[in-house]
Design a protein. Sequence first.
Length: 299
Amino acid sequence: MENVAAPDSADARRDAVAVIGGGAMGVGIAHAFALAGASVDLIDADLPRAQAAVSRVEAVLHSAVARGKTAAPDAAAALARIVPRASIAEVARGAALIIEAVPEILDLKRGVLAAAEAREPTVLASNTSGISIGELGAGLARPERLIGMHFFNPVWVMALLEIVVGEQTSEATLAAARQFGKRIGKETIVVRDFPGFASTRLGIALGLEAMRMLEDGVASAADIDRAMEIGYRHPMGPLKLTDLVGLDVRLDIARNLARTYGERYAPPALLETMVAAGKLGKKSGEGFYRWDERGAITG
């Protein structure tokens, strides 16, 4: 992407991106587009939360500079392109892309997408990892503009972008989504609109089975993870990955998939119990592992 023009110009709107949700995924998506040269509105429930999300992007950029992955001037320019917003209504009409990255709750996502559609973006996208695009688009005036753009955590490391095409998604919307992926350096795959798509449907099955093995006392969390990392060359074991994604997120996904595919995706009792106890993984400091404030495993 070229550097954007003045915020209120037509050219700026055509190259503008709005990201709804300041969690791990929203921060990563905002980081990717800002570093690629787009102006980015980062929206959360209120201004302090949105500002905190921008601060998390800043921390990621500083870390990349310290590791020699990003030049300091590029990091500074990217940060300057991100504007915290307290409401979807603050997004200028006609943005190139609005993408939601809020929790995996159908009604919540539908409400967010309806509000975002009113801002008349060229492409309206969901970062959902498992909910049907057709279900999400129910009630939208222009469902042909809706598409799934499923990023992977952490966005600045993971090269894959899974693009999910709904029954009403237009060819123009698909072409635009693929171009967005190319611009931010992602490798795209295109899948049809089945709940769980390709990556989540396979990944969650592995994660749930690992939890059942832990429940049964087959092995420790660390040894179950090492079996996949060493034996199958997975870069990260399924339980450690669940800690990074968030146990609450995985629970929502499992419940959604169980409604479609039945008992094979039913959440294990262990997952239900840990979420109820507030053990959500890295973000809470404890999940299948214990995490310190620097994000390192301590036990």
